[in-house]
Design a protein around this ligand. Structure first.
Ligand SMILES: Cc1ncc(COP(=O)(O)O)c(C=O)c1O
Length: 385
């Protein structure tokens, strides 16, 4: 159906072999591969201790639970992000308070706007490194320290990205990564928690598996015959198949991120002369980027959704990161008119295909299609008067 898909898996016989090995081992639930994946991810980040989980949403949920955030509390969240970030705040009974983007160029959370929204109920700030571009971490950590707030980094887009020398996801109290199918490190469904705090790390191990003192593997290997339950917990465990995929994908991540960056440069060169398209984060460099997605901002007055449809007709799959929360039936009160920059971006953003196995020729196809769609839209507008 598509000439160019939004995303394609960077999988080959290494992933197939890794899964086969797990199947042949006859052990599926968390075991040695999960531990190896956690250790390898810790080494990759260069700081903190890691807990592998079943998704970033699970990781974010556990982060809020471990920090004791609940009814009556407020958490400041970007107005431009995936709905998981507000869902988890609601799921623990707290209130998400939206903060705006910095500008139409810098789409991450505006530290001054965060400060304006702090009340005596605020317990934490949840920042998102959009597309893998780092938030202003010095300012955010200083702000959180000044106001006694906890800082959670949603690093779903940012494995391998840095702020200066520090890996994103290791700077705040807790970092949450996603290994969902379309992410830079892809296992289907999966996630990782990172923290430098021993106490939080222990809570994550406990919350991940029902608050139980032993795992099925411990009992299988004779280290325990039963278990106690120290607190109410959840089942947010990953499994050996996905941990094995994660190990292979982690090995491919640096080269994958490098190729993504190369493709972004090609896109930028090709679209530079095209009217109606600008690049976010132009001139912003806080550290290495992971180039998770390829977002562009269309000029105001261009019907973004019509462009998406026209691209589809030409065989190019595009997407939106992100629709405004107020448009969702669950969140009519989360009106983004109070976060006007995020609202504009939600209406004008278009995400173009980007994945490490993408060839240069595919970028040409996308750019030709987008150029033609924008041209057609302009002609229609002129004809309409
Ligand atoms: C910014 C952001 N946060 C959280 C998530 C949730 O990740 P998961 O699908 O692993 O739960 C996503 C996934 O798309 C995301 O993009």
């Amino acid at each position: 159906m598509w000439k160019v898909q939004l995303f394609e898996l960077n999988y080959d016989e290494r992933e197939t072999r890794a899964v086969s090995e797990v199947l042949e081992s006859r052990w599926l639930t968390m075991g040695q591969r999960t531990r190896d994946f956690e250790s390898a991810f810790e080494e990759f980040l260069g700081a903190g201790q890691c807990t592998a989980v079943s998704s970033a949403t699970g990781a974010l949920h556990m982060a809020l639970l471990a920090l004791g955030i609940g009814p009556g509390d407020e958490v400041i969240v970007p107005a431009l992000t995936f709905v998981a970030d507000i869902n988890v705040v609601k799921m623990v009974g707290a209130e998400p308070i939206l903060a705006d983007c910095e500008s139409l160029n810098l789409w991450n959370i505006d530290v001054h706007d965060v400060e304006r929204r702090i009340t005596n109920r605020t317990k934490a700030v949840l920042c998102v490194h959009y597309a893998g571009y780092s938030c202003r971490m010095d300012e955010l950590t200083a702000l959180c320290e000044r106001h006694g707030l906890r800082l959670i980094e949603d690093a779903a887009h940012a494995p391998g990205a840095r702020y200066g020398q520090a890996a994103l996801g290791t700077i705040g109290d807790i970092g949450c990564f996603s290994f969902f199918t379309n992410k830079n490190l892809s296992v289907g469904e999966g996630g990782m928690l990172s923290t430098g705090d021993e106490g939080l790390h222990a809570r994550f191990r406990s919350l991940r598996s029902h608050g139980m003192t032993s795992l099925t593997l411990d009992r299988h290997e004779g280290r325990a015959i039963s278990y106690d339950v120290l607190e109410p917990g959840l089942n947010y465990r990953i499994d050996e198949i996905r941990a094995a995929l994660g190990l292979v994908q982690l090995d491919k991540l640096p080269e994958g991120n490098r190729r993504r960056g190369e493709l972004m440069k090609l896109y930028q060169r090709r679209l530079e002369p095209v009217d109606g398209v600008t690049w976010p984060f132009d001139g912003y460099s806080a550290g290495a980027n992971s180039f998770h997605i390829c977002p562009v901002l269309l000029d105001s007055g261009i019907d973004r959704d019509a462009i998406l449809m026209a691209l589809k007709e030409r065989g190019v799959q595009a997407s939106i990161h992100y629709p405004a929360f107020g448009g969702f039936a669950a969140y009519p009160h989360l009106d983004t008119s109070d976060t006007p920059i995020a609202e504009q971006i939600s209406q004008r953003e278009l995400t173009l295909p980007l994945f490490p196995t993408m060839g240069d020729a595919a970028v040409e196809i996308v750019c030709d299609a987008l150029t033609a769609c924008l041209e057609e839209a302009r002609e229609l507008k002129t004809a309409a008067g």
